[in-house]
Design a protein around this ligand. Sequence first.
Ligand SMILES: *Cc1c(COP(=O)(O)O)cnc(C)c1O
Length: 441
Amino acid sequence: MNERETLRVNERGHLEIGGADCVELAKQFGTPLYVFDEAHIRTMMRVFRDTLEEEYDGNGLVLYASKAFSCKAIYRIAAQEGIGVDVVSGGELYTALCADFPAARICMHGNNKLPAELAEALENGVGRIVIDSFLEADRLEEEAARRGVVQTVLIRINPGVEAHTHAYVQTATPDSKFGFSIYDGSAEEITRAVLSKPHLRLVGYHCHIGSQIFEKQSFVLAVQKNLAFLAEMKKKLGFEARELNLGGGFGVWYTDADPKLRPADYRGYLSALIAAVKKGCAELGLNLPFLMLEPGRSIVGEAGITLYTVGAIKEIRGLRKYVAVDGGMFDDPRYCLYQSKYTAILANRADEAPTERVSVAGKCCESGDLIGVDMNLPSARAGDLLAVFTTGAYNYSMASNYNRNLIPPAVLVKEGKADYIVAPQSYEDLVRNDVLPKSLR
Ligand SMILES: *Cc1c(COP(=O)(O)O)cnc(C)c1O
């Protein structure tokens, strides 16, 4: 199996996460169950935070991209670690504020923020808003003026670098719903527009080049494109950006097709990025900007696993074996969305080597409802406990009540002890917002 600091196999042959025996967790909390290792989350937050501190004189801020996993507990942990957070909706903002997250360290994103969401951000004193359209700049100016406040903003630019897991492509005419292109004049145009608005204080730019990236060179290239644009705006408009937000996208291990980075290895990505910023600024005669990074997946991805109980097993002779579990696309839609790959083991027989290749199916009425195809497992039996690794990011946050299945609860493990951070749903929760109008009563 793939052993990481977070996970180990104990003397009973059971998988342990953060010192808690998964078989015991399943007994105590039931399945399906999301399990998070608090130590891993904090370690990852600290790696990013401390690297900025040590290699960039602390002239920056790490923002946890909370769309990866959003609940009160994660905002509380981020607050305790002294980092900031990204939110992309009124709902994420509300959740952060419910956890008493300091609004000044919140950055709001989104390609179509609603007027109500902009108002909520201003109402609560959100530190930074990243502008992503002309409409939004107008709406935000109007709302800030109405409230008599000046809002700090950045502009989302598209540097024409699009990164993929192990490669990157550079496109001169980027086709994306996000950001203003630096190649077609629109980034300059929005800069002029925002600078002319008295209730918006433009401090700099933001970009986010993709997700699940392992290629350091993609980040370096994005830095170079960004800095060249900053220099151009300084020369043309006399506007020198003081802040630069380089987004997130650092990759994590899902299967052995991915590099397995230890937490400390992420320092290398930041070092490369910081070095590129320093070099570029020196060459272009720019002051070093306040630097922001927005890791999401890399903070929570490998910190989380999902536990399922194996049920029906169907063998189609000569073709395929399906191992069905008590979860599925309602707790993890990533296979359906992206054909994402995972690694799984039987947590109650974690010391056994895989002996067969199976598809792990969910329980939803949808043929595509799979956790994965061609997963290597020991021969599974009904009642076995299946652990799927690296489900901490974009699983709970993308979960649904499809087929009126209950979204599983989440527990946080600290020094071997687990507590709920997301309580179980009940059938009552499912019908809470259902209404029978008079005509149907
Ligand atoms: C999704 C997103 C992130 C986080 O990306 P990860 O791949 O999870 O690190 C950061 N910034 C923005 C603007 C995003 O949309």
